[in-house]
Ligand binder design. Structure first.
Ligand code: ATP
Length: 297
């Protein structure tokens, strides 16, 4: 099922075109990353499809229907950090949101669990870290059990641990079958959590497709050992290895997608080799990304 389709969606601010004839297509179950530098039109795009920014021209469909108040009820979105009451706990803040949204309070415990705030649910909002505040915002967007969750730069300002927590939560929400649309200027974020992505530059969509297609077969594993000769003859017997290249102090293996570092490790250890280095490179999205940008220079 098509979740979101935009048809030549365009926004001008005076003489500036923020979004230009955008044709996005997002299907059910995708984690779709709208990737682009600051000012490329991501927030404007999300604002238009959420009905908070008027398009200059073009239109959009949610669930194969023209955008409407009814379709928006199936969407949970965080465009900017929502304001919570600092002196209230997470539970009491969510009770206030539940009342506004007209959803029963029974949903609160479930969403707090999803965002891993169950054990801090009675603490005041003002005692929360930035990451916890962001997780509470996600909980609030999930309260009405939407089919689609929209997040604008969900990890902005967070420390590395906070970033990992948000990513894990996004992935676990995606596992429940919800479609997620997130805007990000971070290639690594899109690569780590998204199944599909679109690249926006100066309001134009340069590319859209699946992450897997771009990463394709380009998965490699680097492995090194003290005895490189012995390592090579062991690696040559390994199933799922398409090619072996010497790269300085290690071999770079071109491998089938399903080959893991554990599998390589077990295989070489069985031949009596202890690797001094082993790591897996998940595709070349960065290079592909730069290529796409270069093609549009
Ligand atoms: N209300 C507004 N009035 C005038 N220009 C605007 C307005 N909102 C956005 N713009 C302009 O539209 C362009 C796209 O901005 P937008 O915020 O959509 O980009 P973005 O990709 O979300 O960037 P960021 O991540 O920095 O928010 C920018 O040039 C911006 O200055």
């Amino acid at each position: 099922m098509s979740i979101l389709k935009t048809n030549n969606l365009t926004k001008h601010y005076g003489s500036r075109t923020a979004v230009k004839a955008l044709n996005l297509k997002i299907e059910a179950g995708q984690v779709f990353g709208l990737l682009g530098p600051n000012g490329s039109g991501k927030t404007t795009t999300l604002g238009m499809v959420l009905g908070v920014t008027n398009p200059s021209s073009g239109d959009y469909e949610w669930f194969d229907q023209p955008g409407s108040a009814e379709s928006r009820r199936k969407i949970g979105a965080i465009l900017e950090t929502p304001s919570f009451y600092p002196y209230l706990s997470a539970v009491d803040n969510l009770k206030a949101v539940a009342q506004i949204k007209g959803v029963p309070n029974d949903a609160i415990d479930k969403v707090l669990k999803t965002v891993e705030l169950a054990d801090r649910k009675h603490d005041k909002f003002q005692t929360y870290s930035l990451g916890m505040k962001q997780r509470l915002a996600i909980a609030s967007a999930l309260l009405s059990d939407p089919e689609v969750l929209i997040l604008d730069e969900p990890t902005n300002g967070l420390d590395p641990a906070g970033i990992v927590e948000i990513r894990d939560i996004i992935l676990s929400i995606a596992d429940t079958g919800k479609t997620i649309i997130l805007a990000s200027h971070l290639l690594s974020e899109v690569q780590k959590v998204c199944s599909h992505f679109g690249i926006l530059k100066e309001g134009q969509l340069l590319h859209q497709g699946s992450i897997h297609d771009i990463e394709g077969e380009k998965v490699t594993i680097e492995v090194g050992a003290t005895d490189m000769e012995k390592l090579k003859s062991s690696l040559e017997k390994l199933k799922g290895v398409h090619a072996i290249h010497r790269d300085g102090a290690f071999y770079r293996l071109e491998i089938a997608h399903e080959v893991t570092t554990e599998y390589v490790m077990q295989h070489v250890q069985a031949d009596g080799i202890i690797p001094t280095h082993i790591s897996r490179q998940q595709g070349n999205l960065e290079q592909e990304f730069l290529k796409i940008l270069a093609n549009h220079e």
